[in-house]
Design a protein around this ligand. Structure first.
Ligand SMILES: [Zn+2]
Length: 287
């Protein structure tokens, strides 16, 4: 594993660039309604970038994986849709592509870890009047169980839960560029999506394995860096709480056993780190 300056990482032959849609500040009790604010106090020193006062400062990360002539983008942020959890979301991802000189038409696959609104927001160019596909040469891919879950009539007609799907996912399917995945799926050489249900029914993670180096993109199994330690706290966005906790413990076990880098959208930018042990507990530690 070679660490380059700033926001790129090399795993064997796979090159990774971390991008961001910006970050959003909010009250931790929105996501952890059972827990008082002081649960997070022990983490203020460990993750200073993640806290503004007692509030979370949550990154909205996306990742570009380049393998041979293939380019896989994992997740497309929240988009320029105003407020997320009651706080303004910057909607910076398209600008961040331009800052990093990554052409939109070089993306061959858009992989959605799951269909929550902060992972699909820039599927379309919301900043342009006719809303073209943001990545005109890409196939968009998601697990069939998330498609089925989020596109029921009940979900689509729900003012809160249906908004992102109606806006950012249905048009992808209507334009004929959505491919549903059933199980483990190779997206590009060395890059494999596999089901990790719990956060949503069809939540998927990515294994990057190349030249005996490994990384795991864990999606929202870790919605914050602290969850690598506080695995058992009820995380209200999880579709199935106990399954979410099991997925969290399982992926951490897997990362530790295989010495994998752990990458996540909501881990501190650029979003990659290792699992370390400290006084008997596990922690995610930024690289
Ligand atoms: Zn998320």
């Amino acid at each position: 594993m070679a660490l380059k300056p700033n926001n790129t990482l090399q795993i064997g032959d796979v090159h990774i660039t971390a991008l961001t849609d910006g970050s959003v500040s909010f009250d931790p009790r929105v996501l952890f309604p059972d827990d008082p604010l002081n649960v997070w106090a022990p983490y203020y020193d460990r993750f200073p970038e993640y806290f503004s006062g007692q509030f979370f400062q949550n990154n909205l990360g996306s990742f570009v994986f380049t393998s041979g002539d293939q380019r896989v983008l994992a997740d497309t942020g929240f988009g320029p849709h105003g407020e997320m959890l009651g706080h303004p979301a910057p909607g910076e991802l398209i600008n961040d592509f331009q800052r990093n000189h990554i052409p939109f038409d070089s993306i061959t696959t858009v992989f959605m870890t799951h269909l929550h609104g902060d992972h699909v927001g820039w599927n379309l160019r919301e900043d342009l009047e006719d809303r073209p596909l943001s990545f005109p040469n890409a196939r968009y891919r998601v697990h069939v169980a998330d498609w089925n879950h989020f596109t029921t009539r009940e979900m689509l007609s729900d003012a809160d839960r249906g908004t992102a799907t109606n806006r950012s996912v249905i048009p992808i399917q209507e334009r004929g560029v959505l491919d549903l995945m059933v199980g483990e799926t190779e997206l590009a050489p060395g890059i494999t999506a596999f089901p990790t249900p719990g956060h949503t029914p069809g939540h998927m993670s990515l294994l990057v394995a190349s030249r005996n180096e490994r990384a795991l993109l864990v999606g929202d199994i870790l919605g914050s860096p602290m969850q690598a330690t506080e695995t058992e706290l009820r995380y209200s966005p999880d579709w199935d709480g106990p399954m979410g906790i099991k997925a969290r413990n399982d992926i951490l076990d897997q990362a530790e056993a295989t010495n994998s880098i752990v990458i996540g959208s909501h881990l501190s930018f650029p979003g990659w780190g290792t699992i370390i042990r400290w006084e008997g507990r596990r922690y995610w530690k930024s690289l």
